[in-house]
Design a protein around this ligand. Sequence first.
Ligand SMILES: Cc1ncc(COP(=O)(O)O)c(C=O)c1O
Length: 367
Amino acid sequence: MAKAYNDVIDFTLGDPDVQTHQAIKDAGCAAIQQGKTRYSQNAGLIELRQTISEYYNRTDNISVDPQSEIIVTVGAMEGLFLSLLSILDPLDEVIIPAPYYVNYVQMVSLCHGVPVIVDNPNAEELSFSISDIEKAITPRTKAIIINTPSNPSGKIIASNKIKAIAEIAQRHNLVVISDEVYKCLIYDDFKFSSIVNIDGMRERTILINSLSKEFCMTGWRIGYVIAPKEVIATMTKLQENVCACAPLPSQYAAIEALSGNGRYSENMVNIFTNRRNVLFNGISKIDGLRCSIPEATFYLMVDISSTGMSSEEFAVALLQEEHVAVVPGIAYGNSCDKYIRIAFTLEEEKIREGINRINRFMNNIKK
Ligand SMILES: Cc1ncc(COP(=O)(O)O)c(C=O)c1O
């Protein structure tokens, strides 16, 4: 629908408008010019896996064997997909707490598993309750997928909840798939610690990460998975059948990005902190809208319940009347139907224009 207008403020995309750093682009171009244009090993270049291992050692104090515990994938998405394909038997159940990243549900189904969505409108706002997760467990439960910091909530799952999930996973012998692609984009003094750091979790955690958000490299399609060696071995076999390997020039660009010791991504947090503040301050002043400040990511969930509209009705009307595109919250679970998601992946001027239009839209509703 948005394509029908030529002046849309598009707040839908989780795809930052910031350019990949020139040094990373140069590394990718140099690889192409030097003829590094063929397949790599299925698990990815060993130099890249070594760089990922050093990076995790530096940033998270985790020691990972590059040979057996890492695979490079075509974005985090292929990492998620191969993880599920590796661990699921048909009809195995996977618990997905809401709000969730939409693709998890379809990916589980594509692997012939059963997505079990934990989505309770009475749970903590934009989060889930541990007792609901416990209740969802059956003898067929194989895994839980968590995403922290979360798309779309912009929140970091509280450490007591992470501990409780770890305890449940150990008690019921479950795998935890932890999607951490936004751990690079945390604001203020908020803190994040991966579930993999909890005692007894290393052997049952599949950690998913990517260069897409941290280095603004969505189109380069490089992600990676850190997991126990049995899982990585299976994923590596499947990689051969699915796409052979991640694109080789992008793998060379990724080595440059990850070995930059933070210098290629340090600006990201500043840029997005500023945009988050502009958006949050603007939206919170609009009568009838409610939101809390994102702790991380580039998403703001806005409570539109005062309008009495469903999230889809709101999003369609906002697009038709003001040419502003947002994602209806229903995409992230039924309990999110009272929200819209705004991605602040646009420059400040467009964000300000979007706020003005949303303000006018809300004023017109009241008339
Ligand atoms: C939670 C989450 N996981 C994974 C992805 C996909 O990342 P990639 O580009 O690395 O495939 C996204 C992209 O928006 C995301 O929001």
